[in-house]
Ligand binder design. Structure first.
Ligand SMILES: Cc1cc2nc3c(=O)[nH]c(=O)nc-3n(C[C@H](O)[C@H](O)[C@H](O)COP(=O)(O)OP(=O)(O)OC[C@H]3O[C@@H](n4cnc5c(N)ncnc54)[C@H](O)[C@@H]3O)c2cc1C
Length: 283
């Protein structure tokens, strides 16, 4: 089915085009949108590309880290400032798809697609990231944890654009890791987990755990976090946290894996992540 293709240079122009055609859809790298069009799952009358809007492609590292929604996944993987400020995000970016996909796919597309398996969501959720949403009438920021509302559904209303993701710099003692289990090396996740820990001797003073492909949308595992910070972080605490992770996730069975296996993966990835952080293998 043919469709019109627009490449506005400003958000204002993008909004004008969107208002003129309610059937139009935004596109960034197109690695999700074009596949869905080809499969006949969506039939937009027009695509409004966000790729020429330079404001969306900025990275600013100051009192907060602001990453434009149009920043490409390859840039998240390689950019020295991002690797330094949020190494766990670079780790996840490096595991997303192939080189060809990473060169065109964007941060905003990954989040707005709102797939349960979006690889960039868990590392941002453990950093309590905020989503900056631009609308014709102004901008607002919301916790990324409230951005996803279900499989392929976000809080974005028609015409709203995710303009950036905002992260407060982590404490110098914070360390985080992202683990992803696919059927093969280059695959979407059967399960993924990001874990961030701040420790003081044997105690864990702050824990953040976020999961992908383990529920209807990327999610924080708050009960697991509470157990990790409940006392000395020893083998017994870790075993309780592992059990909590397995019961807290809400996986489905699909062509890639059964729900029981995914539940098992949640616990196994949690234990592996925590042990690697405690061993100082990750920053
Ligand atoms: C072969 C292949 C392998 C893949 N492997 C992985 C993988 O391992 N892990 C993974 O997480 N994903 C994977 N993906 C999915 C996809 O590449 C990523 O989700 C990618 O980050 C999407 O970004 P994009 O810019 O291409 O999104 P697009 O396709 O351009 O857009 C996706 C959705 O987001 C909307 N959108 C985009 N930007 C904005 C914005 N700023 N504001 C509002 N709405 C917006 C679009 O309207 C659309 O609904 C893979 C895809 C393919 C084809």
């Amino acid at each position: 089915m043919p469709f019109d293709y627009h490449r506005p240079a400003t958000l204002e122009e993008a909004w004008r085009l969107a208002a003129a055609d309610p059937e139009a859809r935004f596109v960034a790298g197109g690695t999700d949108v074009m596949v869905r069009i080809r499969e006949g799952k969506i039939t937009p009358r027009a695509l409004i590309s966000l790729s020429r809007i330079s404001d969306l492609a900025r990275i600013a590292i100051g009192p907060t880290v602001v990453i434009g929604a149009g920043v490409r996944v390859a840039e998240l993987e390689r950019n020295a400032s991002i690797r330094h400020a949020l190494p766990v995000l670079s780790q996840a970016a490096a595991l997303l798809g192939s080189t060809q996909i990473r060169n065109v796919a964007t941060l905003g597309g990954n989040l707005c697609n709102a797939s349960p398996c979006a690889d960039l969501a868990p590392p941002l959720l453990v950093h309590d990231a905020r989503a900056r949403i631009a609308t014709v009438s102004g901008a607002r920021e919301i916790p990324l944890a409230t951005f996803f509302v279900g499989p392929r559904a976000s809080v974005l209303a028609p015409g709203e654009v995710l303009s950036a993701v905002v992260v407060d710099p982590p404490a110098p003692t914070a360390r985080a890791v992202f683990l992803k289990q696919g059927r093969v090396r280059m695959d979407i996740a059967l399960a993924s987990l990001a874990v961030l820990l701040e420790t003081d001797g044997q105690r864990c003073t702050r824990a953040r755990v976020a999961a992908g492909s383990l529920g209807p949308c990327p999610m924080r595992l708050t009960e697991t976090e509470a157990i990790l910070t409940s006392g000395t972080l020893d083998d017994a605490t870790l075993a309780r946290a592992r059990a909590a992770a397995e019961s807290e996730v809400r996986p489905i069975s699909d062509v890639r894996a059964g729900a029981d296996y995914r539940r098992h993966l949640a616990g196994a990835l949690l234990e592996r992540a925590v042990r690697s952080l405690l061993n100082g293998a990750e920053r």
